[in-house]
Design a protein around this ligand. Structure first.
Ligand SMILES: [Zn+2]
Ligand SMILES: [Zn+2]
Length: 313
């Protein structure tokens, strides 16, 4: 009896131990399995997220390229009637190319649509909206991607769009050289003293004036430096980049203003040299000979740029 019961105890204990070992094994195997699956899932998540982020990040580049291509079209002498539509058309082409590229590279399915190109409350940026849909292995991303795209560094299309290539206006040394293009335009519209704008010049590339608030242009040397660098200024009266492409010197949006520099010894009264005045508003200013520069400016603009005390006429 005693031996039997001892044997029973040994058998029983062994069975319990084996059961415990089995349970531990099952637990370990299932845990490993779970962890492995978890890793696979998050790896594919990471991969998909990377593709989406990479695509969205690169949007800004092709959006800016699209603006630059429409700008080039204006410089090639084509009239732009609807700049937003033209930019969207260029962007659609870039998007289609990119979608094929991504589909090949990452085995994804992409549909995209350029929804809009709009002004923002800063004239230095245009707002792009692109509807984007990306799918891969049952995962999907769908959103409207918005990007603020800078126009600084692009060429100002207004003078060439307004006066046309046929006017004889030239661009070199990062400068518009008007020759007789502007004085011809002024003769045509019966403005005062068109001879004042023979051989006038203006900056070509859009650069933001760092002398802000603008009243500091009245400080010693500032106006000359601003003109030498060809800086552009914010202006509620000046036209925005989209409207410049269409040759509009003035628009309802918040825009830019740049000085057209006359190089004349004459003191005749003529159009004030802010570009929205020359191309759209058409009111006169008086000659202002400053320290190393010469402009034709009305009183409102002299005030805006802190030049009212230099008034000589
Ligand atoms: Zn300035
Ligand atoms: Zn506008």
């Amino acid at each position: 009896m005693k031996i039997d019961s001892k044997g029973n105890i040994i058998v029983g204990t062994t069975a319990v131990l084996i059961m415990a070992l089995l349970l531990v094994c099952i637990f370990v195997v299932s845990t490993i399995n779970y962890i492995e699956h978890e890793n696979i899932d998050s790896a594919s998540n990471d991969n998909f997220r990377y593709i989406v982020e990479d695509y969205a990040k690169n949007l800004e580049v092709i959006e800016r390229d699209s603006i630059a291509e429409v700008t080039q079209k204006a410089f090639d002498g084509w009239p732009i009637f609807d700049s937003e539509k033209e930019i969207k058309k260029k962007l659609e082409k870039h998007l289609a190319e990119r979608n094929i590229e991504y589909e090949k590279k990452y085995d994804v399915k992409i549909t995209s649509e350029a929804l809009s190109v709009e002004n923002t409350d800063s004239p230095w940026y245009l707002l792009f909206k692109v509807k984007l849909n990306i799918e891969k292995d049952g995962e999907s991303y769908s959103d409207i991607v918005e990007k603020q795209v800078p126009v600084e560094g692009l060429r100002d299309p207004l003078p060439i769009a307004k006066l046309t290539v046929a006017s004889g206006i030239l661009t070199y040394d990062d400068t518009y050289h008007y020759g007789t293009a502007l004085s011809g335009y002024m003769v045509l519209h019966h403005f005062d003293s068109p001879e004042s704008y023979i051989e006038a010049t203006a900056p070509l590339t859009i650069r933001k004036c760092p002398y802000d608030p603008y009243i500091h242009h009245g400080d010693p040397g500032v106006m000359k430096d601003c003109l030498d660098n060809g800086y552009f200024h914010e202006s509620a009266d000046g036209s925005c980049y989209l409207c410049r492409l269409e040759g509009n010197g003035k628009c309802p949006h918040y825009g830019f203003e740049v000085f057209i520099q006359p190089h004349t010894p004459l003191k005749n009264e003529s159009l004030s040299c802010s570009d929205h005045v020359v191309f759209a508003d058409h009111y006169n200013g008086q000659k202002l000979d400053g320290d190393g520069y010469s402009l034709i400016l009305d009183n409102a603009h002299r005030k805006k740029y802190g030049l009212i005390t230099d008034e000589t006429d």
